[in-house]
Design a protein around this ligand. Structure first.
Ligand code: PXL
Length: 277
C-alpha cells in the first residue's frame, strides 16, 4: 500500500487541512500518516477568537521516533504551517525522510483573494518559499504565488501571465508547479500545471461556480497528492483534483449560507472512489 505523510494543522471545526486530507487520501486507498503541527478550535477564516495550540516541539520528537522504525513515505505532503519555526522543522523532516523515490509535495497554504490569512507576518511567504525551493511539486493559488515571488496580486490576467508565474515558481527550485483557481474567462475555472523539465504546460478547466468555500485548496491538494502517489500521470491527477473540487462545491451550493466554512466534500467521496476504480 502506498503511504503519504501529511504535515499540517488540525482545525477542529471548519473542514480544512488534516480533517480534509485524511478522509480524502484514505478514500483513495492510500495510507495517510499525519504530523499535526498545531491544533486550532476552528480555521482562521471567518471565525473569531479561535484557539491555537502550537505543537512545533512535537515535530522533531515524532521524527526521531519514526526514524527508529525506519518508516518510508512515498509522498510527504505539507500544507498550512503556523510559524517560521514549523517551516524549519518540516524542512528538517523532509531532508531526513526523503528517500530517492519520495515525492515532496508542498501546498504553501497561507492566503487567498490577494491577502495572507490572519496571523501571518509579511516575511512568512519568504520562508515558505524556502520550503517550496526543495519540493518536487508546489501547488499555490495565485495569492500565495504572488506573495512568494514578490509580485502584486492581480485578479485579472491572461494565459501568458500565468505561464510566467509558473516558470518563476519552478525557477525557485521545484520541478513542477501547479496554480489553482485559475480563470481566463468568467465561465470556467481550473488549474494549470507546468513541468519545467520538459517545458510543458497542462491545464484543466470546469464550469466556474461563482462561490467561495474554505478548504477547497486543501481538497485539491489532497486529491492530487493521492492520485500521484497511486501512480496517476500529472494530467490524470489534475483532472481528478479539479473535477472532485468542483463536485464538492456543487454539492455544497444549496447549503452555502449555513455551510460557507467548508464544503460538504463527504457527499462527493463516492464520486471520487468511482473515478479511481
Ligand atoms: O485551508 C487552509 C487553512 C488551513 N489551516 C488553517 C486555516 C486555513 C485557511 O484559512 O486557517 C488553520
Amino acid at each position: 500500500m502506498k503511504r503519504i505523510v501529511t504535515i499540517q494543522d488540525i482545525s477542529c471545526f471548519g473542514k480544512c487541512s488534516i480533517t480534509v486530507a485524511l478522509p480524502i487520501i484514505s478514500a483513495m486507498g492510500v495510507e495517510c500518516a499525519i504530523i499535526p503541527t498545531s491544533v486550532l478550535s476552528t480555521h482562521t477564516g471567518g471565525f473569531e477568537g479561535f484557539t491555537f495550540r502550537d505543537l512545533s516541539d512535537d515535530i522533531p520528537k515524532i521524527k526521531e521516533h519514526w526514524k527508529k522504525y525506519n518508516l518510508h513515505f512515498d509522498t510527504i505532503y505539507t500544507g498550512y504551517l503556523g510559524s517560521v519555526e514549523q517551516i524549519n522543522y518540516v524542512m528538517e523532516f523532509a531532508r531526513e525522510f526523503r528517500k530517492g523515490d519520495t515525492l515532496l509535495f508542498v501546498d504553501p497554504a497561507m492566503g487567498d483573494h490577494g491577502r495572507l490569512y490572519t496571523g501571518f507576518s509579511p516575511d512568512f511567504p519568504s520562508h515558505m518559499a524556502r520550503l517550496c525551493a526543495m519540493a518536487d511539486i508546489v501547488v499555490p493559488n495565485l495569492t500565495e504565488a504572488s506573495f512568494m515571488l514578490g509580485l502584486e496580486y492581480k485578479s485579472e490576467y491572461d494565459e501568458s501571465y500565468i505561464k510566467n508565474i509558473l516558470r518563476a515558481l519552478c525557477k525557485m527550485g521545484p520541478r513542477k508547479a501547479i496554480l489553482t483557481g485559475v480563470s481566463y474567462e468568467k465561465g470556467t475555472q481550473g488549474a494549470v500545471l507546468y513541468d519545467s523539465e520538459v517545458d510543458e504546460f497542462y491545464s484543466y478547466f470546469e464550469d466556474n461556480i461563482p462561490m467561495s468555500f474554505h478548504g477547497t485548496g486543501d481538497t485539491f491538494a489532497s486529491v492530487f497528492a493521492g492520485a500521484i502517489t497511486r501512480g496517476a500521470t500529472d494530467r490524470e491527477a489534475l483532472r481528478l483534483a479539479v473535477g472532485f473540487t468542483v463536485e464538492c462545491i456543487r454539492a455544497t451550493v444549496p447549503y452555502a449560507k449555513e455551510h460557507s466554512y467548508g464544503t460538504m466534500f463527504e457527499k462527493s467521496l463516492p464520486w471520487l472512489i468511482e473515478k479511481i476504480k
